[in-house]
Every structure is written in C-alpha cells, then in structure tokens.
Design a protein around this ligand. Sequence first.
Ligand SMILES: Nc1nc2c(ncn2[C@@H]2O[C@H](COP(=O)(O)OP(=O)(O)OP(=O)(O)O)[C@@H](O)[C@H]2O)c(=O)[nH]1
Ligand SMILES: [Mg+2]
Length: 314
Amino acid sequence: MNFQNLAVVERYTKYLEAAVGKGDKAASLIRAKSFRDRLTKSKEIEKSRMKKIMEYLRHALLNIVTCFPSYDSMPIFYKRLMEETIDKDVIKQYLSMVDWSAKKITELHGDVRKKIQREQEVSKISTLRRSFVGRINSIMKKLDKQLVFLEKARKIMRKYPAVKTGLFTICIAGFPNAGKSTLLSKITTAKPEIKAYAFTTKILNIGYFEHKHQKVQVIDTPGTLNRPEKMNMIEKQAYLAMKYLSDLIVFVFDPIDDLKKQEKLLEKIREYDKEIIVYMSKADMIDEVPGKLSSCLADANALVNSVKQNIDSL
Ligand SMILES: Nc1nc2c(ncn2[C@@H]2O[C@H](COP(=O)(O)OP(=O)(O)OP(=O)(O)O)[C@@H](O)[C@H]2O)c(=O)[nH]1
Ligand SMILES: [Mg+2]
C-alpha cells in the first residue's frame, strides 16, 4: 500500500470559496443568455449556480471519504501501525460526518430547486439562494474540526512505509551500525543511506530481488536496541514489520561490536517466532571470526542462496 499520494484535506473555507466561485461562473454563463421573462431568467441563473455549488461540494466531500484509506480493509501491518499512530475510531466517525454532510447538501439542493421552480416572485428567488448558501455555509463550518483532524491524520499516514503485502518478505534486523543497510544494497537494487555511525536509518528502507520470476521484498529496519518498552515510532514500525510482514528475518551480527548485547537482541527477536538466518557483516574487517559467529553466513551471495532455498522449501 502507498499512502504518499493521499489528496490534501483542505479547510472548509477553501472548499466553500471554490464552490461559490464555480457557482458564480455558472450563473454568469446563464446571465449572458436571453430568456422570455425576468422570472424565468432569474430562476435559471440561480438553479445553475446552486447546482454547481452542490456538485462541487458533494464531489469534494465524497472524494475525501472514498480516498481515505479504510481501516477495515487494511492489511494487519497497517492496521497495527494505524492503531499506534492515529485514533482510528475518530477517523471513522469523522468520515461518516463528512459523508453525511455531502448527503445533506444534496438534499438541501433538491429542496431549494423545487422551491425555486414553484416561486412566482423574482425578488424571492435571491432570498431562496441566500438561505441555501447560508445553510451550506453552516454545514461546512461544522465540519471544520473534522477536516482539520483528517488532514493531520493524512500527514501521519503519508509517512507510512510503502510495503507490498503478499510477497515473500525478509526483514533485516540487528544492532545500530551493524551493516543492515549495506546488506540491503548488496542483495537488492535499493540505494539506502549508509553512514559510518549508528541510527542512520530512520525509515524502513525497502528493496526487491527476483527469484523464479517472483519479487522478494527486503525491508531494512533501523537499528534496534534491546529495549522494547522504550520503542520510538520508527522502532515500532520495525517491530511491526518483523511481526506482521516478515516470512524470514535476517539478523546482522557486527563482529566488532558488543557480541553479548547483540545476542540478547537476537534472543528477543526469536520471540517473534519467525525463521531466522544469522549473517555476519564486516568479515573483511576482522582477522579471525569470533567462535560464536563461526556458523554465520558472511557472504551476501551465500545469504541470498540460503534465502532462495528457504523459499523453495515452502
Ligand atoms: N568494511 C566493511 N564495512 C561495512 C560492512 N558493512 C557495513 N559496513 C560499514 O558500517 C557502517 C554502517 O553500515 P550501515 O549499513 O549504515 O549500518 P546499519 O546497520 O544500516 O546502521 P543503522 O541504520 O544506523 O542501524 C558503514 O560505514 C558501512 O560502510 C562490511 O561488510 N565491510
Ligand atoms: Mg541502516
């Protein structure tokens, strides 16, 4: 899923201004035409103005409702992420208020159209229009809080990682600075940021390689420490990806960092109950492989082959 292109939710005044502008334009087109009498002309002008206002607002509001990702139809990874970041029940409630407003505006338009049709006095046509615009204004104004909240939610969701669900997925985990992003860049075409210091990765980097014409998804997580109770948002994303997206975890061991602490983290990750392949990075930087790491894969190609065997054995 990709949340990056969600349409901006504007303030109510912006929708109103645009709708009134469209209405004015529609009215002036009719005004330029000739009619058999003033009453008919006045009716046609206002009918077309109000239709445009209603159509614009209805479309804008329903667009928000239909384009906003629905919690119920999301894959579990995004559901959990949403629960961690936004009040999903409030979103649901606010979207239904937006939907209700679109319907109410349509209904009001239907009513005023009939009244205009029946009206026999020219002076009352503009009174009907003013009352319609006034009621629409108040419906839109009442949506202010909801629209502001939905825009805030959109900005949060825009930062969700664009993962594909349904693909065989590998999560790369390990200590900060262990070489996780370097591994991602070796086994996929992704070009993640790689720096000589810890906590470089601040988003989930995603790459792909192919195996038997199928895409395999590789998610590089930010360096995690052994402290699940103090996870920040990006660490939570990494945790959710491991728990809900991964079919396999590649744990990157850095042979020149504290092995004991890394072992502790690996034990924590084993609790996710996923298949784990342990990979040792920086083999070129050490003279001797520490005994504890002697059974680790230390070559990216060997790792990919091992992953492929794992997929084939499914
Ligand atoms: N010589 C050598 N350097 C490596 C190797 N793997 C990673 N590095 C270096 O280690 C540093 C950290 O690498 P990254 O890939 O950014 O590490 P990371 O685990 O993604 O780090 P965070 O995102 O901060 O958690 C960089 O300077 C890399 O160039 C390796 O196999 N050999
Ligand atoms: Mg990294």
